[in-house]
Design a binder for this molecule. Sequence first.
Ligand code: SAM
Length: 248
Amino acid sequence: MFNDSLHTMTLSDDGSYTAYSKEYDEHYHSTKDGALYESLVKHIYPAFQIKKHQKEIVILDICYGLGFNTLATLYYHKQNSLNAKLYIYSPELDKELVDSLIDFTYPKEFEEFRDIIVSLSKDGFYNDDFFHIELFLGDAREYIKRFNDKFDIVYQDAFSPSSNPTLWTRKYFSDIKKSAKNNAVITTYSISLPTRLALYENGFNLYLNSGENYRSATVASMQELKEFKKVDMEHKISCNPDVSSLRD
Ligand SMILES: C[S@@+](CC[C@H](N)C(=O)[O-])C[C@H]1O[C@@H](n2cnc3c(N)ncnc32)[C@H](O)[C@@H]1O
């Protein structure tokens, strides 16, 4: 059984299951956008719109949770017959959750990845010709300090800034910036001004990720991205003079 004292499986509006965390009093995904759909439109599509032509793509998936962002990345790779080798690194604090994912009811789109789901849950590792995936059971804040100039893509998908603030601070994003390449793309569902400001204060440009049937999201990069509409941060700050980024 996946359900335990801390997690309950919940059906989301696109027909895929997500979970509710009693500890954080939050769902792992937007139940309105749908777990699989949210993962695709807020993380995988915008990131791969920029990076899909590379031969190797190195991804930091913050945090593994139910594994949707990692698994939807594999799904996108197969659907689009990409030749790139993907390297995915994903920290996750909750070992019991990762252990229990063997029993999670995933969408049919992930059926072909059953062996990968089991390997990741049992060994925290998977490798073949196209996919190299490593889970890290521990604190993401410590984990990201191991890397320098490494990641092409960062999926920033922690619980909300109000319930898990340490993964949204100015210093946290400074460590993310060091861990990532200068032309990395960061995707997140958060459109809150303090989150965008924490990125902006580290030199990131902010872009709006909006589309049909999902709540708007954010893309960030040190580089100029012509594919997305830029957020005018100076204007936002002048309209909200008391705003500040979260601090450690
Ligand atoms: C919103 S969920 C991630 C959802 C995930 N991306 C998915 O697609 O299923 C946030 C996750 O962050 C984990 N977490 C919270 N604080 C953490 C930390 N400091 N380091 C690593 N993981 C953390 C929680 O256990 C939870 O699984």
